[in-house]
Design a protein around this ligand. Structure first.
Ligand SMILES: Cc1ncc(COP(=O)(O)O)c(C=O)c1O
Length: 321
């Protein structure tokens, strides 16, 4: 992992190695954090953050669901992120904004603990591997069910909630699979440990609805829009477990993984990525890289890093080798 030299923390840039917290940080003990996973791409317009405003809005909403007020405005977080990318010199990178309850009183009531914010940027390749993006991954339905709205908040991208994904991920990896698919409490298909899921049967695309306890994925929303623009029939509906293995095509989407075909589930072959998966994967890649005018609305260009010759701040703070 190649990281930037600096991390934005609570309003100022600090050296990467100095971005530290106290061991009694509330979030370390009780999982009281919310975060985002965002990507910036090298696009036809220069380096640009994909669906930046949507990610910052979800960060604020995730925090709200856990009674945290962001101490910075959405615009301040946006500017800090753009500046972080500029300073890093990266033409494409992963961005990890984190909002967490800091050092203060111990105990479960976090309301007197400060709400702290950090933004880190680093280079990170395809989360499930380039081979997986090309030929598809092997997945296993997890023995763990996705967190339920009866005990947690699936709509919030909250740190503590990811223990659920971590258990599913470890189980699938130790079982020899690349990813886990979690069912919801009713036994309906929910999502991957860090991706939303789509199935294709007879040319029709389906993906679980919000009521299936999914994270309201931003890549998911993009794929729904792109598929509709391509004239594909796409519905949000409950998906039974058997529909996974009986599908013609299955794919997963997420910011870290991007669009990844699934070629095998529970040791039953689905096959090499099919026509719909390939079409959407390529259209999505085009959108991410600014190659489709209709989706330029999703790009937040990093000032000073567009190809029109604006000053490039990367020379001021060189990235680490
Ligand atoms: C549990 C879970 N579901 C779905 C997603 C996909 O969301 P997005 O497309 O916004 O990255 C993620 C990734 O953030 C995730 O962690």
């Amino acid at each position: 992992m190649n990281n930037a030299d600096q991390i934005w923390m609570n309003g100022e840039f600090v050296a990467w190695e100095d971005a530290k917290v106290h061991v009694l940080t509330h979030a370390l003990h009780y999982g009281t954090s919310v975060f985002e996973g965002v990507r910036a791409y090298d696009t036809t317009k220069g380096t640009a953050v994909f669906r930046h405003e949507d990610h910052i809005r979800r960060l604020e909403e995730s925090a709200k669901l856990y009674y945290m007020d962001l101490p910075f405005s959405r615009e301040q977080i946006r500017e800090a992120t753009l500046e972080s990318i500029s300073r890093s010199g990266f033409s494409s990178c992963y961005i990890r904004p984190l909002v967490f309850r800091g050092h203060g009183p111990m105990g479960l009531d976090p309301e007197d603990n400060p709400v702290e914010v950090s933004i880190a940027v680093f280079e990170w390749g395809a989360y499930l591997g380039d081979e997986g993006k090309q030929h598809g991954i092997r997945a296993k339905v997890s023995s763990w069910r996705r967190i339920s709205p009866q005990s947690l908040v699936p709509h919030s991208k909250a740190g503590g909630q990811y223990l659920n994904s971590v258990l599913a991920k470890i189980e699938s990896k130790r079982g020899g699979y690349e990813e886990a698919i979690l069912l919801d409490e009713r036994g309906m298909v929910c999502e991957g440990s860090g991706e939303n899921i789509f199935v294709v049967k007879d040319g029709k695309i389906a993906t679980p609805p919000q009521t299936a306890s999914i994270l309201d994925g931003i890549s998911r929303k993009s794929i729904i829009e792109i598929a509709a623009d391509h004239g594909r029939e796409i519905v949000e509906r409950d998906i039974a477990r058997a529909e996974l293995t009986l599908a013609d095509e299955v794919f997963m989407v997420g910011t870290a993984a991007e669009l990844v075909p699934v070629r095998e589930i529970d040791d039953i072959a689905i096959g090499e990525p099919g026509e719909v998966t390939r079409e959407l994967q390529s259209a999505y890649e085009d959108a991410l890289h600014g190659r489709t005018p209709a989706y330029e609305k999703w790009l937040d260009v990093v000032p000073g890093k567009d190809p029109a010759g604006m000053p490039d701040l990367s020379s001021a703070v060189p990235s680490k080798a």
